[in-house]
Every structure is written in structure tokens, then in C-alpha cells.
Design a binder for this molecule. Sequence first.
Ligand code: ZN
Length: 307
Amino acid sequence: MLPSTVRVREVGPRDGFQNEPEIIATEDKLRLIELLGGSGLRRIELTSFVRADVIPQLADAAEVLERAQLPADVDRSVLVPNERGLDAAFEHRDCFEEINVFLSASETHNRRNVNRSVAESLAGLERVLVRGREAGLRCEGVISTSFGCPYEGRVDPARVLGIAGTLVAAGAQEVAFGDTTGMANPIQVRNFFTRAREELGDAVELTAHFHNTRGAALANVLASLEAGIDSFESSFGELGGCPVPAGATGNVATEDLVSMLHEMGIETGVALDRLLEAARAARKVLGRALGSHLLVAGPVDWERPAA
Ligand code: ZN
């Protein structure tokens, strides 16, 4: 039986914006974030405390956190790459409720991304998680390339679940599994999450983070639901992506995800029309067509089907 309600974390303001080549004005980011917050989304990843010379797009992290006006029941999340990032985030401690830490399941992807081995990353992130929990923050670990690596190909699920277990032992209450370059298929996803639930137990929240690189993201969402997963990450407008492979599309669009879930009778708490307003506003700010299907086709209208 499929879950009757699903939690959706909007990752566009971090995962999405980070991959935009042109710097987005802070005022525009704030307006888009507030539109998202007004849509009923209750989890939003706002920004990341990374080095500004590495990711100039997120150099305004402190200002975004301090100024974003969101409903009180929105859980604001910040991506923290290391202890230095955590120190920077702590200067704005009252502006967020959650942190997420990330690493890749495959050695090559992790090294290319953060110039460390997986073991080195894990050791650093364990310290971040311990300090995060001590500070009363909710902690999420995100594992990239969980379903395949553009450099190494297949990634052993046992390896991914071993990393997840280490994150949970260090204090992660939630682990997200990323299909970073859209290599996953629904059978693989259903098998993976069934095994993940068995091995990691019921206490940890398991979250699916799909990219639509090869068009399989929504099929993978259904496969996850069938394995009992009820937590997803997505990005309005289908923003985001990964520089490898070139031209890759982004995270599954939040509006496409929410639309499909609602059509299936699964609640998200999101008002689709308000969410579409945010995606349209993002399209205008970025000045280009976005990958989102709903932005093109609009919501399903059962009263007035198109001729
Ligand atoms: Zn992503």
C-alpha cells in the first residue's frame, strides 16, 4: 500500500541556484524563497555555507538566511560542507532548524567534488553531525551517486548503506539517497529502498532525491513509494543538476512531483497553483525555459480537458 501523505523538501534555493551560471540577485532569491514558503511547502533548503570563491552563487548565504520571511512551521535547512561551514552557520543559529551534510558513495565522485576520500569525508562529517545534534539541530545526511556514478558506473548498495549507517550512528536522523546523474531505474530503486529500510530500521527517515537526467525521476518516485518511502527532495522549475554529464537536467521538478502525487490521491500540503507561481517567477528571473513539465502543460484539469 502506498503512503497517504508525503513530505517534500524543496531544494531549489540551494541545489538549484548553485548550478546557475549567472549570479542571481539576493532580492530575487528572497522573493522566490518566500513564494515557495507561501505554497505550503514545509521543508526548504535555503542555502549553503561554502567558500564564496568556490561557489560565488551562494556568497550571500548569511543575508538569505537572515532576511527570508517564511511561515513559522517551515523547517529551514542549510547545507554544511565541513566544520568551518558549521561555524559560519552557527553565527545565524536562530535562522534555521536543520543542517544537511553530504558526500558521494563513490570514491572518484567524492574526490572530484570535495577532494577527499570517502573515509576522510565521513570522519569530518561525523564531527559536524555530533556538533549539530548538540546544538539541537535536526541533521540530515545526503549521499550522492547512491544509484550510480558517472566515473565508476555501478555503486554497490552495500557500500551506500554502510555509509548511511555511519551517518546515522553519528547522529543523522534522516538520510537522503541521491541519483545525482540520473542513472537509476525503478526496479533498482524499489530493491534499494526495500533493503535500506530493512538494514537501517524504522527510526531513521529515508528520503529519495532523484534527478531527471534521463527522464526516469517520476517513475523512480513511484518505485520509492512502493517500497514505503514517504519523503522526497525536489526543485521547483526542475532547477539544479550536476555538471557531469554535460547538459544534464536537474532535480525532479517539485511541481511535477506534487502534481503526480495529488493525482494519485497522496497529500503533500502544497497548493499546486501557488507552487507554479513560484516556478513561473523563477523562469522569469532566469530568463530561459525550464525543464518542468507542469510549467508547460499546466495542472491536470478534469473539469475542462483540452480538446
Ligand atoms: Zn539534486
